[in-house]
Design a protein around this ligand. Structure first.
Ligand code: SF4
Ligand code: SF4
Length: 354
């Protein structure tokens, strides 16, 4: 992306009806833009959109991290998301020889400059068989774990080669719930934290489980606007161009915007009998409609997994609350029984106390 396009973004968002904005730099590989780009882009966005309290994040493989870039990113408090899929052998078997080593080299530079780095771990139908080894790797190294389930690839001749079936994804989430409770003080599994918040507050707290349409946009390298970063590079999903400074209404009136809104209306009908609809909202629209070019053939294919973990969390929360000891009104109140291992409510207390 050129600096002129960054200027267009500033001009476009200046009068956008919102009071805050978060920019996530994605790729391709965002570090390829080099230190010079960030030295110009970050102040332009920060100062030009001062009223929107801009925050930043970056998703990178870290291979091109240098001290110079790390210093600039640290100045603007840019948290980093990167990808490793567990120990070196598992990561390299999924991403190619040398991947792990190059990422960890960049990780060391980022950490030396005080950057906050979190790893996304993609579980495939192959790596899920090593789930304990993968979890132990994250635990032992003190890394926060964010799980990403491999989806059928839209750009491969063998789309299901790595895809994690929804049933296995659901079981993996329950496994990670148990593991994160077992090690409640030692590790954060982001997905489990988010899912607990969703069920406890009865509303979606991350994009997958809210109506994201109209609140998330992505700008491609040429200034084209898309409904989210996952659509970037798919011409049929372009909504407008930043240089035209479209309003939110105009974006949602584009063909692409209309397809996103139609998905929300479709969920109201397709998921109407599901007890989780309020905090699931049919899952991710990209997962649901991008493979079919926008046709409304179903909700997020991970529905089975979502139901599995939402049911599990609801059951556990109800049980823990229902079975919680009642304090007796006597001079010697009975003491609450100590649970053998922390439950879901203990995890919620941990999250709330932050
Ligand atoms: S399309 Fe999916 S990934 Fe993109 S913002 Fe919406 S829920 Fe998130
Ligand atoms: S769990 Fe499945 S049926 Fe229920 S709201 Fe989510 S996608 Fe719809």
């Amino acid at each position: 992306m050129s600096i002129d396009t960054v200027r267009d973004v500033v001009a476009w968002l200046k009068d956008f009806p919102t009071d805050r904005v978060t920019f996530t730099f994605h790729g391709g590989e965002p570090l390829l833009a080099g230190a010079g780009f960030y030295r110009e882009a970050l102040p332009l966005l920060t100062e030009g959109l001062h009223d929107l309290n801009p925050e930043f994040a970056m998703q990178t493989n870290l291979w091109r991290m240098t001290s110079e870039i790390a210093q600039i990113l640290a100045e603007y408090h840019v948290p980093i998301g990167s990808s490793i899929d567990g120990p070196e052998t598992i990561t390299d078997s999924q991403r190619g020889t040398g991947y792990f080593e190059k990422t960890m080299r960049g990780y060391d530079i980022a950490k030396a400059h005080g950057l906050n780095v979190r790893f996304i771990c993609t579980f495939t139908n192959k790596s899920v068989k090593h789930r304990q080894e993968i979890f132990d790797f994250f635990l032992k190294n003190g890394y926060t774990l964010k799980l990403h389930p491999a989806l059928p690839s839209l750009r491969s001749e063998n789309p299901k080669q790595w895809a994690l079936p929804p049933e296995e994804y659901g079981e993996l989430l329950v496994y990670l719930l148990d593991k994160s409770l077992e090690h409640i003080q030692d590790i954060d599994v982001m997905n489990i934290n988010d899912l607990c918040r969703c069920v406890f507050t009865r509303r979606g707290t991350v994009c997958t489980y809210v109506d994201c349409m109209g609140s998330t946009f992505a700008v491609g390298p040429d200034g084209s606007i898309y409904p989210c970063y996952r659509f970037v590079g798919m011409p049929e999903w372009v909504m407008a161009h930043v240089r035209d400074r479209p309003t939110r209404e105009a974006l949602m009136q584009s063909e692409s915007g209309k397809r996103m809104v139609a998905f929300s209306a479709y969920v109201d009908v397709a998921c109407k009998d599901c007890s989780h609809i309020k905090y699931c909202r049919g899952g991710c629209p990209y997962n649901a409609i991008a493979p079919s070019g926008g046709s409304l053939d179903g909700v997020d294919p991970h529905c089975t997994a979502y139901k599995r973990i939402f049911n599990e969390l609801n059951e556990r929360m109800n049980k823990e609350m229902f079975e919680a000891p009642i304090m007796e009104m006597t001079p010697y109140p009975s003491k609450p029984r100590k649970s053998a291992k922390p439950g879901v409510m203990a995890l919620m207390r941990k999250l709330v106390s932050r």
